[in-house]
Design a binder for this molecule. Structure first.
Ligand code: FNR
Length: 334
């Protein structure tokens, strides 16, 4: 609940660098709204919709169970895939399971992703998948959050090896995700040695776990608050090294940012903080309406850009300026 409260109060941090991207208008797009399909086309992850509810919550009793129930109902109603928050709490204390299992109960045939940190063993990964009959498992990387937490981990050895073992052993696709600090080309390159199916870049510019954890400690590690790869740059970084599915998250709030993420090569976009805010403050009906409007806006922009399918967006010319232009040039990414 601390995380939820601070995520709501610290708000969105700063730049995702999507603001440095502009589409070139096409006055003759040659298609109509009814030609547009927003189905995810490729890869091991077959989401019905290219938008998903990213990992947030579970454990911690009835309040998180209510929130997960609300998110799950909205996911079912709108056809979105959904991830739960880290299941480690339920693996350590079975009385916590109900706050996760409610997600499968509310949405028996939906696409549900389990979630664990990279400290998880193969057995824990298998248990987490079974707990939800999960369609995929997210494994999160959260070095900056752990370092900022007084009680957090200080040793990050062996993560890649554990990920490799889990990915080659379990039957569902594995997604490696960050938690708001992004994935670099070098990290993505390391992950190509494993059999994971997707990388969710979860970049800088949205929920900031250094700010959140700093709220919970006396001596602030403020240097971590402006740390990380902004989401737009992280998509390009990850895409340059990893040829399978790239998912975009981190500071995505509207369809315009989604369309930009897809134009950079992401296959789907995950929202955590912004859906949390709506669900927590306004309730389930508002969240469902917000998602429906997001999908409508996405189709409207695709129509204007002449994109019948999501991958057509990658062919749209983009004007990249400002910090993102500089960033990509310095990194030799174009
Ligand atoms: C998160 N996030 C997260 N991620 C994860 O892999 N496991 C987790 O347990 C959690 N827990 C969590 C709690 C809360 C309250 C929030 C807001 C977020 C991180 C989340 O999935 C996402 O990567 C980041 O929040 C960045 O996306 P947004 O929030 O900017 O859309």
């Amino acid at each position: 609940m601390d995380h939820i409260q601070f995520a709501l109060s610290t708000g969105q941090s700063s730049k995702t660098m999507f603001e440095d991207i502009r589409f070139v208008h096409s006055a003759l797009p040659g298609i109509g709204l009814s030609d547009v399909s927003i189905h995810m086309e490729t890869g091991d992850l077959q989401f019905e919709s290219p938008v998903f509810i990213n990992a947030m919550t579970g454990g911690g009793g009835s309040e998180t169970a209510n929130l997960n129930g609300m998110l799950a109902k909205a996911a079912k109603e709108t056809g979105l895939a959904m991830a739960v928050g880290s299941q480690m709490a339920a693996l350590k204390d079975p009385s916590e399971r109900a706050s996760y299992e409610i997600v499968r109960k509310e949405n028996p045939s939906g696409f549900i992703m389990g979630n664990l940190g990279s400290e998880a063993s193969l057995q824990q990964a298998q248990e987490a998948i079974e707990m939800l009959e999960a369609n995929a498992l997210q494994i999160h990387l959260n070095v900056i959050q752990e370092l900022t937490m007084p009680e957090g981990d200080r040793d990050f050895k062996g993560a890649l090896e554990r990920i490799g073992l889990i990915a080659e052993s379990v039957e569902v696709p594995i997604i490696i995700k960050e938690t708001g600090f992004g994935i670099s080309k070098e990290t993505a390159e390391l992950l190509t040695a494993t059999q994971i199916s997707a990388i969710d870049v979860s970049g800088f510019g949205g929920t900031n776990f250094a700010s959140i954890e700093n709220e919970r400690r006396q001596r602030k590690l403020s240097y971590f608050q402006d740390w990380g790869v902004p989401t737009a740059a992280a998509i390009v970084e990850a895409k340059s090294a990893f040829s399978k599915t790239i998912l975009a998250s981190g500071g995505i709030r509207n369809a315009q940012e989604m369309v930009k993420a897809f134009a950079l090569g992401a296959s789907a976009a995950g929202l955590a903080g912004s859906f949390l805010k709506t669900a927590y403050l306004k309730g389930e009906a508002s969240l469902i309406e917000e998602i429906q409007l997001l999908l409508e806006d996405l189709r409207m922009m695709m129509t204007a850009l002449g994109a019948k399918k999501l991958s057509d967006l990658e062919k749209c010319p983009l004007i990249i300026s400002g910090e993102l232009y500089h960033y990509l040039e310095v990194r030799g990414l174009d």
